[in-house]
Structure formats: C-alpha cells, structure tokens
Design a protein around this ligand. Structure first.
Ligand code: GLN
Length: 487
C-alpha cells in the first residue's frame, strides 16, 4: 500500500470500507507521521494515540457505513473533548479535561472518524499567526521559519504536513480561511449557525463558526456534511436542512460554470495586496472565466469599516465571555494562600493565565462596553455591521458569489507582525466582512507567490454554502492542488 498519509479522506474512507486497509493501520500511519514530523511542525498540543487506536479498532470491528468511517481527524484545541485535554492554547486552562464533548466532536465520533489529537492555535483563537499560543508557535510546513496562519494554524499545518487528512477549525474573523490560504489547504467557514457552537470555547459568540479544513474541496465538503446541521443545544443554530455541499462540490469539479456570476468587490482593489498574491488571484479569475463564469464588478462601500467594527465587536464579546475564567471553575488558580480575598486570587490568576493579546482585547472590550461609551463604540459598530450586511445583500442581487484573495499577503516570517497589533489584524482584511454578515466563505489554494501558497476566497449568501463549494471545486479542477516541499 502506498503512503496512507498522502491520501485524501475520500480515498481512505473507500479503502477502509472495502476492507483493503484497516482503520487501525490508517491511524497508526498518521500517528507515526506525527511522531516523525511534529517536533519540527508543532501542529499538535496533545496527541491521543491511545484514544485514536481504540476508536479505530472500534470502526474495524463494527459499522463502516458512515462516509468518513475510520478517517483520522485533528481537532482545534478550542473544542471541548471529553476526557482529552482542552486548553484553547491558554495557560489558564492548562490541565483541564472537559467532562463532555462539543456537539461537533460528538458528531465526528458518531461518524466513526478517528480523533488523532488537539491542534495548536492562537490563545482563545485571537490572532492570525499562531504566535500567540501560550505553548509556542506552529511552523508552516512550506517554510518552517514562517507562520502557518491563525488562529487555526495547527489544524492547517497538520494537513499540509500530512499528519492528518482532515481537521476542524473555527472562524470568528478568518481563522479557518487565512491558515488555509497560507498553508495551501482548503478551509471553509459555514453559514453562521450552520454548525453548532455547543462545546466550543467562546471567543465572540455572534461570530464564532466551526468548520472543516482539508487538502481538497471534496474532502472539506464531506466533512462539512458530517458536522453541520441543527443543534437544539445552541440557541443560534439554524433549524433548516444543510445545503447539499457534497453534490455541489462534485458538480463544480466537472468544471462547468456557465451562467455563474462572480462579483469582484471594487473596494478591495488597491488594498495593499502583494503583487504575487494579486497575480495568482487574477490568473485564477481568468481560469474561472474559461470555465464559463462571468465577472461583474460590485460595490460594497462599507467593507472598508469592517476591520474597525470587528475590532470593537469581537473584543467586546470576548471581554464578557472570558469573565468565566476566574480561577474558581476551571484550570489555573494563582495566589490562593488562604489569606487573599476572592478578588485578589481572581486577579492574580487572570494576570498569570492570560497572554498579552488576550489581555489587550479584554481591556479594549471592557472599555467599549462601559457605560458612557457603549453607544459610541459597541452600538456604532453594530450599526456598521448592519450596513455591511446590506452591502452583501445588494451584491447578491447582482451576482451569485463574491470572490477575492483570502489574504493580502503570503505566510510571513515569525516576529514580523507581532510588534504592531494592527499589522497582524490586516491579515483578515478580506475575511472579516463575511463574519460580520454571517454568510459562508471558503478559501481554496489558487497558486504560488515566491514559492508560497496563495488562497482564493469565495463568499456566498447565507445558507448557500453549496454555491461556494461549487465554485471552489471548479477552480480546483482548473488549477489543481498544491503540495509543500517534502518535510
Ligand atoms: N485573526 C482574527 C482575530 O484575531 C480572527 C480570529 C478568528 O477567526 N478566530 O480576531
């Protein structure tokens, strides 16, 4: 059998179902690969060899009917996993083993996927480079001296390093798509409410969206179909059928986009994208036109305010969500010597347990929500959010999807954007508008710039997740997939 770690999830599932290979063999190949390369990549915060082999043995002994039975998967460490350490890459949760599974994890287990372990990320999913993990950064398999994107850098890097064929990410402002773009992998943010947030450690509850990461569009669609759908335990979960994303990806891969209108956002031009990124994007656009698509320029005048609005809304919600880390209920407790007050212990615990970016956001959010400033900052940002939603709605009256580069730049060297938070925030210039609107968006690799991957973003109307998979699969059929130089 050729190298199992190089295969797609779809292929692995077929081989396991057909009895050509056992789920235990597939899990072992990936666990061995992790052991061999993860000391260099550091995609994982925790590898669950025992749990993975037990889950695989269960698949071998039992039901293989689910479409992903026996396929290994890596899960971002922001998802609660019963009995398996879950830290959100923060010191404040070191040693916490959740007593329950997130809904998504529950669905993954029910589908017979084999969880290999938990992946590295920016602390509490705040960042764009995984440099803000309290446990050290993940290295991009394309160039170990560069960032793998963030916050879900570990999930994306685990795919690019062939440690896992599938991974779970979460996207609040771009954390699935941007790591996908800079590692040459596929990352999809479903419609907000299309995937359950139950058991996801909350960052910004009105934006947080779990979603699939894979090495190709068909695999991402398959994973999407397994995790998506209504969850009564999540009050913002959408009680509607999940669009048939698997069929849409299949249709797209046939390479016919006749009649499909792609909207090019006028306001995204002249945004300081690297020339190599723009060149790869333009070439991909030409490839889509050759498949029959039509390109139409549309105006979204409020997109320019998306970044400032996001950096008020997300920190505001995080300042409230992170109040639960108080040294009493979970993880770390500092300074509890019997003489200190509850407030003192709480404050010492939070001082020791949170990293600088998390503290920055809690302070910013607390300020923006404080009485006297609430209307001027949070209230104003919510109004901008409505205007951005209207921009999307009017654009989708003219076109089927919007397209853009996923990120303005390719993977950057470590340390090059940490000194100025704004430089880091710019990584999400093109991904954030979608989060404020709530629609689905996908990043698909479209070419290389100076030897590093470039991502192409397709944004669709809410609950039209199938549409973005169709266009992404068509693009993939034209430009192929991208593999990093061997590790
Ligand atoms: N990079 C953005 C931020 O720092 C988005 C993070 C995310 O999507 N989780 O907030």
């Amino acid at each position: 059998m050729s190298d199992l770690t190089r295969m797609t999830a779809t292929k692995l599932a077929g081989l396991i179902k057909g009895g050509d290979v056992s789920a235990v063999e597939v899990a072992t190949a990936h666990l061995d690969r992790i052991e061999a390369v993860d000391p260099q990549v550091h995609a994982f915060l925790h590898v669950d060899r025992e749990g993975a082999l037990a889950a695989a043995a269960e698949v071998d002994a039992g039901d293989k009917s689910s479409p992903l039975a026996g396929v290994p998967i890596a899960v971002k460490d922001v998802m609660a996993t019963k009995g398996v350490p879950t830290t959100a890459a923060s010191k404040i949760l070191e040693g916490w083993r959740p007593p329950y599974d997130a809904t998504i994890v529950e669905r993954l287990r029910a589908a017979g996927t084999v969880m290999l372990g938990k992946t590295n990320m920016d602390e509490f999913a705040m960042g764009s480079s995984t440099e803000y993990s309290a446990y050290g950064p993940t290295n991009n398999p394309w160039d170990l001296g560069r960032i793998p994107g963030g916050s879900g850098g570990g999930s994306a890097a685990s795919l690019a390093a062939y440690e896992a064929p599938l991974a779970i990410g979460t996207d609040t402002g771009g954390s699935i798509r941007q790591p996908g773009a800079v590692t040459g992998t596929v990352g999809a943010k479903p419609t907000y409410g299309g995937t359950s947030r139950y058991g996801l450690i909350a960052f910004s509850s009105s934006l947080d969206t779990p979603g699939p990461c894979a090495r190709n569009v068909a695999d991402a669609a398959l994973l999407h179909s397994v995790i998506a759908g209504h969850d009564p335990r999540d009050s913002t979960s959408i009680a509607q059928p999940v669009p048939d994303v698997v069929a849409a990806a299949k249709r797209g891969s046939e390479g016919d986009l006749t009649g499909v209108k792609l909207g090019l956002v006028k306001e995204f031009a002249g945004d300081g994208s690297e020339p190599g990124v723009l060149a790869a994007f333009r070439e991909s656009l030409d490839a889509l036109v050759k498949l029959g698509a039509e390109v139409v320029e549309v105006s979204c005048p409020h997109f320019q305010y998306a970044l400032p609005a996001y950096y008020l809304i997300a920190p505001s919600e995080c300042s409230s969500n992170l109040a639960r880390f108080d040294g009493v209920r979970y993880g770390l407790r500092t300074g509890d010597d019997g003489n200190r007050s509850l407030e003192e212990v709480m404050s010492l615990t939070r001082e020791a347990g949170f990293g600088p970016e998390v503290k920055r956001r809690i302070i910013l959010g607390t300020y923006a929500l404080s009485s006297g400033y609430y209307d001027a900052y949070y209230g104003q940002a919510q109004k901008v959010r409505t205007l951005i939603t209207r921009d999307f709605e009017s654009a989708f009256e003219q076109v089927d999807v919007l397209v853009s580069p996923t990120t303005p730049f390719v993977a950057f060297p470590f340390g090059s954007r940490t000194s100025d938070p704004y430089q880091m925030y710019l990584a999400d210039l093109f991904t954030i508008p979608t989060n404020l609107y709530g629609g689905p968006a996908i990043s698909v690799p479209c070419g290389l710039s100076e030897g590093l991957p470039v991502g192409f973003q397709v944004m669709a109307p809410t609950m039209a997740d199938d549409r973005m998979y169709r266009v992404a699969a068509a693009l993939e059929s034209a430009v192929g997939t991208f593999t990093p130089p061997a590790l």
